[in-house]
Write a protein that binds this ligand. Structure first.
Ligand code: 9G3
Length: 570
């Protein structure tokens, strides 16, 4: 493609409201333009990158027998009313009315649509399993769109849905999907981790997120430096064996701790370690007040409390509820001498605290030398705390390190969550009617493009991996007035294009400096400069990723390109 004919509006200056590198560079290099908050146009270069990402995704979906469909963005409200999500989602779900005043959702996702599609067609186990996927715009009215394509309100997603007669069949497809996602993100040269996104404690791993490691990522990942263990910070299990101290049990004493309320205030006031303190929190768990204990230096993970108690809702009790229960205010709470029948659960670490410090349930007083069994009862010890850096990895290999991640994929075992309420059923091999067992699998296509741009750039611009670069070769004659340069460039354009390479030919009558700056900004893998030595049939070549430059003879260009792209084109 000749640059004088296409549309690549590069910018010299960094746009003010772009606050991450990928957003700045995709704007400056003329890949995207913002229409309004969270809504973007993909310009020619951006569209070509999307196309390359999509074709990798399609290849890997087709390879595991995924079949492509295209569903509508306009989804009649009745479908979402069948699953109740019409009522449970708030302003994030875009809604509109047609000319007959009928209500619609703009598709944020397609579980309802695809299940309603299949329930009218697939009625026998003989037709299962079936994996359908689409690549289509999704609409989610994010409260705070930001970071350009990374959190938009209209974005491109590959969403796949699988339908099964048995759980084993779902497990098989799920594993194939995880492998396909691994292939996709590997081919995109992304530094990613497959992250356990549910609490491992509940049965199998029913959902994984695929996270690209990046310090601007919104999610915190706990991963092991000695294995491929990785989990969302909320879900990471803690498997630590605490050794109980050997000091002998001392008698409980009540000590005055005026105005000392937080763990670190108490620890420094009594000159003890936080590890010796017992943090006591009161939670309202499905309208029952529960005491949750943790070691002073640990944080309670409410999702774990919820999972362990199999509760519908878990939230901190109000001051009033605490006052009524323990006749004391927050800051002096403890598990000793509490009303009979109040459930007390504790993180495993608490069991190892000898002669611990806890609130006396009297304002301004604490107890020292409190010991489990003798002084307070714990109904059950569980894994209730957030994992911390330095913890041993739950798989026993290596230690936990935290990092930030950009979620680029998410796979779920749905079971019958949607097929049950929507009566998506089939007759099994005994003629019994059963709801489909389903899985769903998403990749943020436009988000992936931004994640690649975030991972591959330098101060001069973008650095596209070969697999997704908008063009393979940037052909740049230095002076469009120089006969020898233009004729050699024209010949090379024809020659290279006819050998299956995508070539961007900078035929603009711009100064060399401008052309080179734009070329570094756009970030194609290799640049061929036709300059002073054109008459000798020599060109200068620059590899964008490494900055290396070479001098090639015209005759060797095809062989050289072949070896440069050898990892890809053959
Ligand atoms: C909504 C809105 C936002 C949403 C959803 C629904 C996230 C919603 C979860 C999923 C699950 C999977 C298929 C592809 C992979 C992800 N945000 N989710 O369901 F109405 Cl406004 O989308 N769906």
């Amino acid at each position: 493609m000749k640059q004088s004919l296409t549309f690549i509006p590069t910018l010299r200056e960094t746009p003010a409201d772009a606050d991450v590198k990928s957003h700045q560079l995709l704007l400056r290099a003329g890949f995207i333009r913002q229409n309004t908050s969270g809504i973007y146009s993909f310009l020619p270069l951006g569209k070509r990158v999307l196309q390359k990402v999509e074709s990798i995704v399609r290849e890997e979906m087709d390879a595991i027998n995924g079949v492509e469909v295209l569903m509508p963005a306009m989804q009649q409200a009745e479908l979402w009313q069948e699953t109740g999500r019409w009522y449970s989602y708030g302003p994030e779900l875009m809604r509109l009315k047609d000319r007959h005043n009928r209500e619609f959702a703009l598709g944020a996702t397609h579980e309802e649509v695809i299940t309603s599609l299949l329930r009218d067609e697939i009625k026998s186990y003989k037709k299962l399993p079936l994996t359908l996927y689409q690549i289509q715009a999704k609409f989610r009215d994010e409260k705070r769109p930001r970071f350009g394509l990374l959190r938009g309100r209209e974005f491109l997603m590959k969403d796949a849905y699988s339908f099964h007669a048995t759980r084993e069949s779902l497990d098989l497809t799920y594993d194939h999907m995880v492998q396909a996602y691994t292939n996709i993100f590997t081919r995109l040269a992304l530094d990613f981790r497959a992250v356990i996104a549910d609490s491992g404690a509940i049965g199998g791993k029913d959902t994984h997120e695929f996270m690209v490691l990046s310090e601007i990522g919104e999610d915190t990942i706990a991963y092991s430096d000695g294995s491929d263990f990785a989990a969302n910070i909320e879900m990471a299990e803690v498997k630590v064996s605490y050794q109980t101290s050997t000091e002998e049990l001392r008698d409980v004493e009540k000590v005055a701790t005026p105005n000392q309320r937080t763990i670190d205030q108490i620890a420094s006031f009594l000159n003890v370690e936080e590890q010796r303190c017992i943090k006591t929190l009161v939670y309202n768990v499905d309208d029952q007040l529960v005491l949750v204990l943790a070691r002073g230096d640990h944080e309670i993970n409410e999702i774990k409390v919820k999972n362990v108690l199999e509760a519908k809702s878990v939230e901190l009790a109000t001051e009033e509820e605490i006052q009524n229960l323990l006749n004391c205010e927050v800051g002096s709470l403890g598990p000793v001498q509490i009303p009979v029948g109040v459930k007390v659960i504790a993180d495993h670490a608490v069991a190892a605290i000898r002669n611990g410090i806890c609130g006396a349930n009297v304002a301004g007083f604490h107890l020292v030398n409190a010991n489990p069994e003798r002084d307070y009862l714990v109904n059950q010890y569980e894994d209730l705390r957030f994992v911390m850096e330095g913890d041993p990895s739950p798989d026993g290999k290596g230690t936990i390190v935290f990092t930030q991640g950009i979620e680029v994929g998410h796979v779920f075992k749905l079971g019958t969550t949607y097929s049950e309420p929507m009566k998506g059923t089939f007759l099994d091999d005994n003629g019994r009617s059963k709801p489909y067992i389903m899985g769903c699998y998403g990749i943020g296509i436009s988000r992936v493009m931004a994640a690649v741009a975030e991972q591959f750039q330098d101060d001069k611009g973008l650095i596209w991996p070969m697999t997704v670069a908008p063009y393979d070769v940037h052909l740049v004659p230095v002076n469009m007035k120089d006969e020898a340069q233009v004729s050699l460039a024209d010949d090379l354009y024809t020659l290279i294009k006819s050998n299956r390479y995508d070539v961007l030919y900078d035929d603009r009558a711009e100064r060399a400096g401008v052309k080179f700056a734009d070329s570094d900004l756009i970030g194609l893998p290799i640049r061929i400069v036709v300059g002073k030595k054109a008459s000798e049939g020599l060109v200068e070549v620059k590899i964008r990723k490494t900055g290396e430059t070479f001098e090639w003879k015209k005759e060797e260009i095809l062989d050289q390109l072949q070896s440069f792209f050898s990892t890809l084109k053959n």
